[in-house]
Design a protein around this ligand. Structure first.
Ligand code: DLL
Length: 434
């Protein structure tokens, strides 16, 4: 699947490919998406004013809020009959961010993922075990389609049921594991607990992403599973997994630059920063048809590495994202904004709007506890204990179904959560990524 004509093209050649596609993409959004027409007009810029890739900075940004405001389909640049797949951001209900793909978009996405798989050493003789979630989340189906394009034997195991996953490893001969890095660690621990000899497994490599992880986690996964562990990055708004991927050098992720043009900006001023400086990653989709976002603010903090990679690929590399410029948390692979939990709590009259979210990690799996103050009247009522249980259950049910992950609810006395003089601190993240 490695395609040196593109992946190792000269920078000049790549710039030419990008520019040609960029202009097409700008016309597509200007002509078909009212929000882009309006925004370009307000900025006084037309697609043909962009004379080179460097002129991108003349264009306005696109934000996650734009996807919410245009929910569900108003940002799509093609008629709905050309759309063949919908995905949506994980864990939210109501105004989630909905993304769509044409047939060509799915083909392009599969190529991106197949490049990632083959950069990790996968071939059509491999058994690619996909333990990302299938469904609206882009992880499962995204990797699945790429693995099939590669011609690999694809195992759509999906998430959960760890015992069954381990059985499949042994019986089917899974050789490339694809899941979140925290689940890979958990699988590794379970293998050790169950004393399954690594020789019984055929695993040789893994492709892990959808959440931040560290070099220490990489070493731990590599040792526990006896594999090479590669990073893969992506976000639903741009395409899903496969926006960038690691090669055998494991030194930053090559961005599929023929499809996505990266920029790093100062998140405060929006100014473009030179290569090598850390800032917010921004992507422009140049080949997408259904949802070609222009200068999309990912909120991920990273750095672009322009030096030539020893693998021969010339695609720019990005450093592992080291944080976010907003308050989004990633809990068990699910994107969670504290405001979503707040809006659930506001619908429950028995509690006060004072809460704290405690995120931790037990047995390599993320945990979420929601501490919220209970109303004084409930506390002093004669059947307070029964009431408290009912309220906890009600909150738990609402939060679990809103976020798609399970939370522990702890009701606490009024005034027991520290009040803040300035910006309220609502999140304690005890996960130590080391
Ligand atoms: O997580 C797509 C994906 C699936 C990527 C499987 C890799 C593997 P979203 O649910 O839209 O899409 O979440 C996107 O997850 O903006 C980052 O903050 C974070 N993220 C994704 N990959 C990585 C990674 C998928 N390798 C958000 N390292 C992004 C760190 C990552 N953070």
């Amino acid at each position: 699947m490695y395609n040196p004509e593109i992946e190792a093209a000269s920078r000049e050649e790549l710039r030419k490919i990008q520019y040609k596609a960029l202009i097409k993409s700008l016309h597509r959004v200007y002509d078909n998406v009212p929000l882009y027409k309006q925004r370009f007009d307000e900025w006084g810029v037309k697609p043909d004013d962009i004379k080179s890739v460097d002129d991108l900075s003349k264009l306005p940004f696109t934000y996650k809020q734009d996807l919410r405001d245009c929910y569900p389909y108003a940002l799509f640049a093609v008629p709905m009959e050309e759309v063949v797949r919908i995905h949506a951001s994980s864990g939210t209900t109501g105004k989630q961010t909905v993304v769509g793909y044409t047939k060509n978009d799915l083909d392009m996405w599969s190529v991106c993922v197949a490049r990632a798989l083959s950069a990790a050493g996968a071939t059509k003789r491999d058994f690619v075990h996909v333990s990302y979630g299938y469904g609206l989340f882009t992880g499962g189906l995204g990797i699945h389609d790429g693995a099939q394009l590669l011609g690999a034997i694809t195992i759509p195991a999906s998430v959960g049921n760890t015992d069954r996953q381990l059985q499949i490893f042994q019986d089917f001969g899974s050789s490339i594991l694809c899941c979140t890095p925290s689940y890979a660690l958990y699988l590794g621990e379970t293998i050790a607990e169950k004393k399954i000899p690594l020789e019984n497994l055929k695993l040789k490599a893994g492709i892990f992403g959808a959440e931040p992880w560290t070099e220490n986690m990489r070493r731990e996964i590599e040792t526990r599973l006896g594999i090479k562990a590669y990073d893969i990055y992506g976000l639903s708004e741009i395409v899903g997994p496969g926006v960038s991927y690691e090669c055998e050098c494991q030194a930053g992720m090559h961005i599929n630059e023929d499809n996505f043009i990266p920029e790093i900006i100062d998140p405060e001023t929006g100014k473009v920063l030179p290569y090598g400086e850390r800032g917010e990653l921004v992507f422009t989709c140049v080949t997408k048809e259904a949802l070609p976002l222009i200068r999309y603010r990912t909120r991920d903090i990273s750095r672009l590495i322009p030096d030539k990679c020893a693998c021969g690929r010339t695609f720019l590399r990005m450093e592992k994202p080291c944080g976010r410029s907003d308050d989004m948390l990633i809990i068990r692979g699910v994107n969670v904004f504290p405001s979503q939990i707040e809006s659930v709590l506001l619908t429950i009259k028995e509690v006060l709007p004072h809460y704290m979210l405690i995120v931790d990690r037990a047995n390599n799996l993320d945990t979420l506890e929601v501490k919220v103050e209970i109303n004084e009247e409930i506390l002093t009522s004669s059947d307070a204990v029964r009431h408290i249980e009912d309220i906890s259950l009600k909150i738990k049910h609402k939060i679990d179904s809103t976020l798609g992950i399970s939370a522990k609810i702890t009701l606490v006395e009024p005034n027991s959560i520290p009040r803040s003089q300035g910006k309220a601190q609502r999140v304690i993240d005890n996960r130590k990524l080391n």
